[in-house]
Design a protein. Structure first.
Length: 169
């Protein structure tokens, strides 16, 4: 399970900026849903789009939860952090940030449940928030801590979108 403590000699915080990134994305989505769906009431798609968007949205929510669960609870990431080891196995060989990715995928699915054309900008804005925040925080920390090992890892594995790894290993 996740442990939120700092072991002596531990170089990185266990949760880092994660909650701030996720809360920022979720807040943006809530604002977008309220504005487009309830205040301005623009972009709402009729049937059959309602059903299509909701099916895809539901699948994305489930996929996001699965990605988050594997990254957070099934990967031994908390042990890697407390032992100052770079995690590159399992889901981390497919995506560098599965916990953030899981939230992004699930939030994108949630947005689709409103079957609103204007809300399709929200997953793109969420991705930008996540990417900019990660580049300017955790990626710098990891590069400082792991150096060339992390630089090589970055070249092989996507930041936010789970995908088969590129090149070597």
């Amino acid at each position: 399970m996740l442990k939120n403590y700092m072991k002596e000699g531990q170089k990185l915080p266990l949760f880092g900026v994660g909650p701030y990134i996720v809360y920022g994305m979720a807040l943006l989505n809530v604002i977008g849903i309220i504005l487009f769906g309830y205040v301005f009431k623009i972009g709402i798609l009729p049937a059959p789009w309602t059903i299509i968007f909701r099916i895809i949205g539901g699948l994305l929510i489930v996929a996001g939860i699965v990605v988050w669960y594997i990254g957070a609870l099934r990967s031994d990431m908390d042990d890697s952090i407390t032992e100052n080891k770079l995690q590159t196995k399992g889901i981390y060989s497919w995506v560098r940030n599965p916990m953030y990715s899981g939230w992004w995928i699930a939030l994108s699915g949630g947005v689709l449940m409103w079957h609103n054309l204007w809300m399709l900008i929200l997953p793109v804005l969420d991705w930008l928030i996540m990417t900019v925040a990660l580049i300017n925080t955790e990626e710098k920390w990891l590069l400082d801590l792991y150096g060339d090992e992390y630089a090589r890892y970055k070249k092989r594995v996507n930041r936010c979108i789970p995908w088969k790894r590129r090149g070597g290993e």
